[in-house]
Design a protein around this ligand. Sequence first.
Ligand code: ADP
Ligand code: MG
Length: 172
Amino acid sequence: MRITITGTPGTGKSTVAKLLAERLKLPLFELSRLVREEKLYSELDDERNALVVDPEKLKSYFENRNAFIAEGLVAHLIPADLLVILRASPETVRKRLAPRNYPPAKVEENVEAERFAVIATEALENPLAERVIHIDTTNRIPEQVAELIERAVKGEEIFEDVDWLETEGNSG
Ligand SMILES: Nc1ncnc2c1ncn2[C@@H]1O[C@H](COP(=O)(O)OP(=O)(O)O)[C@@H](O)[C@H]1O
Ligand SMILES: [Mg+2]
């Protein structure tokens, strides 16, 4: 089983991926680290001081692997059996990112990216997975999110509706 977990920073990818890897006994790849260590990038984005992932290098790294969990905000660029898109209300993203000591502009960039579903849209426009599930983590603890993903692994279809533009003003 090839499982990819994508979402805006703060949606809980790393936390839930760790739980899931333990439950399913699958090797876990944290993509931000992998991209750096395996040099799966094409350039450095100076403005953000971030590496720009090379989608072809990323794909070829996983080409001959058929049992893994890969989590990160580029996970949807990897062909998989199951793609998990995690969402969280913009307020929740802001709260979860607070302890990271990011510059305020970086926190707000992620809050807005979640509000406008940037990653979810990218992932849904050109899905590289056989199945896609979409989970709102706002009012769930990580164990509950992992539980839901496990149900999807067993075959359940899960596609939760979220619309952060419509619920604006609701602190979530
Ligand atoms: N479902 C959840 N409910 C509450 N807090 C969560 C949940 N998932 C993650 N967190 C917390 O939010 C923060 C960001 O989670 P993390 O897994 O690092 O997100 P990501 O990897 O998507 O950036 C962490 O402090 C984590 O403990
Ligand atoms: Mg993470």
